[in-house]
Design a protein around this ligand. Structure first.
Ligand SMILES: Nc1ncnc2c1ncn2[C@@H]1O[C@H](COP(=O)(O)OP(=O)(O)OP(=O)(O)O)[C@@H](O)[C@H]1O
Ligand code: SF4
Ligand SMILES: [Mg+2]
Length: 404
């Protein structure tokens, strides 16, 4: 069985910035959220400017989930039609982590990811956003098979990854690589960076020693270093430089899909734009697809073609980026986006602050998991899990307000 695509890919002309590897850092930036009017979305953007807010901690991030404008709610307008073949199809993905007592008895499970489905098409970027702890990283790790899913399916180029074994699985895995939030964790401090980049080639027995070294040097050049920096150690580089080395390492096996888990969150604001612009250039050159996990909406709006919104392990809404930011349907998405200020002082929003804490994934609420905080919750929301509704082409929402 091959899963049918559920959404239509959006084709965009990607813009590049050849200045991104300038040794001079970008000019000082103001630390505040950036609105649509300032950044533009993927379809009309220039290179990422680095105008960003300061990195908040987990509690601050969650406290920001602010308010909802009830008049923004609209009814669905039609069903979507499938089109191109996806590179990656995730269907009903689940990951539950067992919780055990001191005696080793299983006492429950953390429902980190629950029934998540999405597609990623060749050459596109699918952004995943949501509060801290909602399951973004777990989704990325389960897609990559770094952790075994509890349930669901991950299809890559029409093949079910769970059914692949041995050399075929190894080969398939080389097509999906990861860029981590903290590249230091993936670089051995005792090894020269050239070796780190060569390592995947060595593991997959690609090329001779000389060919591997040549490839590592050429990748280093591609991400903005001199070939002789091959012989340096990770501690000799800054955070942004290490992230570029991490990207070179991820590219070594010529993957088709990169899972980027908060690749710029740990970087200085002025360096973030360099890394984002580099990722965009590389995507354009090589036709790569990205699963781009982030909590920063301005970054996701800039880089993603389509965006999925996660809440408590579930994917509650997904849509093309412009559509999601211009017409958010799920009350949670609306509250998430309302944290982005509107620069026009004449535009007033009726704000409804979300009440209550994020429930524990150990014991998620019944029915719609958002009902404990949703200002529009109805009786049915407390007991019945909402179905996914195609609100418009490519726009999917899981909420009883849109039930047909
Ligand atoms: N190995 C693990 N064992 C038990 N629970 C885990 C494990 N990994 C993640 N979790 C839990 O799963 C849930 C989802 O975690 P995950 O790291 O995927 O969230 P996230 O959306 O990436 O958050 P953040 O934005 O902070 O990175 C959290 O409640 C987390 O505590
Ligand atoms: S299903 Fe109900 S509780 Fe959930 S988001 Fe929709 S209205 Fe709110
Ligand atoms: Mg994470």
């Amino acid at each position: 069985m091959t899963p049918s695509p559920s959404v239509e890919p959006r084709k965009t002309n990607l813009l590049t910035d050849t200045d991104h590897l300038s040794p001079e850092p970008a000019s000082a930036t103001d630390l505040r959220p950036v609105s649509q009017e300032e950044t533009g979305s993927r379809s009309d953007r220039q290179s990422f400017s680095g105008k960003r807010e300061a990195e908040p901690d987990r509690k601050e991030r969650n406290d920001r989930i602010g308010s909802v404008e009830s008049s923004d709610l609209v009814k669905p307008v039609g069903l979507i039609q499938p089109s191109a073949q996806p590179l990656l199809s995730v269907r009903g993905l689940q990951k539950h982590f067992p919780v055990r007592s001191a005696l080793g008895r299983r006492t429950g499970s953390v429902q980190a990811v629950n029934d998540v489905s999405f597609d990623i098409y060749p050459g596109e970027t699918f952004g995943l956003v949501g509060e801290s702890g909602c399951g973004k990283s777990t989704t990325g790790r389960a897609v990559m098979n770094l952790i075994e899913p509890t349930g669901g399916e991950v299809w890559y180029e029409g093949q079910d990854l769970a059914k692949l074994k041995g050399a075929r699985l190894k080969n398939m895995r080389s097509n999906i690589q990861m860029v981590f939030q903290d590249p230091y964790t993936s670089l051995d401090p005792r090894r020269r960076i050239g070796y780190a980049i060569e390592e995947p080639l060595h593991i997959h027995r690609r090329g001779s020693k000389n060919e591997r070294t040549e490839r590592a040097m050429s990748l280093l050049e591609r991400v903005g270093f001199r070939p002789d920096q091959y012989y340096r150690y990770p501690h000799e580089f800054s955070g942004g430089q290490r992230q570029r080395i991490g990207i070179a390492k991820a590219l070594a096996l010529e993957p088709k899909l990169l899972i980027c888990d908060e690749p710029v969150s740990a970087l200085d604001v002025s360096i973030q734009s360099q890394v984002i612009n580099l990722l965009e250039e590389i995507q354009q050159e090589r036709g790569l697809s990205y699963l781009f996990v982030a909590h920063d909406l301005s970054v996701v709006r800039h880089i993603a073609d389509r965006v999925g919104v996660m809440y408590l392990g579930g994917l509650v809404e997904q849509a093309p980026t412009d559509e999601l930011f211009g017409n958010p349907l799920h009350p949670y998405t609306q509250s998430l986006l309302s944290a982005v200020p509107i620069p026009n002082p004449r535009v007033k929003k009726e704000r409804v602050v979300l009440s209550g804490e994020v429930p524990s994934p150990l014991n998620p609420p019944s029915g719609c998991t958002f009902h404990t905080r949703c200002p529009f919750a109805m009786d049915v929301c407390r007991s019945v899990v909402p179905e996914r509704v195609q609100a418009s082409p490519g726009h999917e929402v899981q909420c009883h307000l849109y039930a047909t």
